[in-house]
Ligand binder design. Structure first.
Ligand SMILES: [Zn+2]
Length: 71
């Protein structure tokens, strides 16, 4: 994915991602389809939900972070 441009500052955004510190080690944070539903067994019900890696782009000028979850 090409670096997006900040709509406010017109600066090129810095690429990055949101870290997810899972019990099995660090992973990339995910976008999950729908609202969160608690599960007594796994913490959250995730079966059948679409999950996409979330990429975070940060503006070096205004410091806003924009999130993208490409297919
Ligand atoms: Zn900006």
């Amino acid at each position: 994915m090409a670096a997006p441009i900040c709509p406010d500052c017109q600066k090129r955004l810095e690429g990055g991602f949101l870290l997810d510190q899972g019990s099995a080690g660090p992973t990339v944070g995910k976008w999950v389809e729908g609202a969160p539903v608690k599960s007594a067994w796994s913490g959250l019900k995730l079966k059948g939900r679409r999950q996409l890696n979330v990429y975070a782009w940060r503006c070096p000028s205004c410091m806003q972070v924009r999130l993208f979850a490409p297919e």
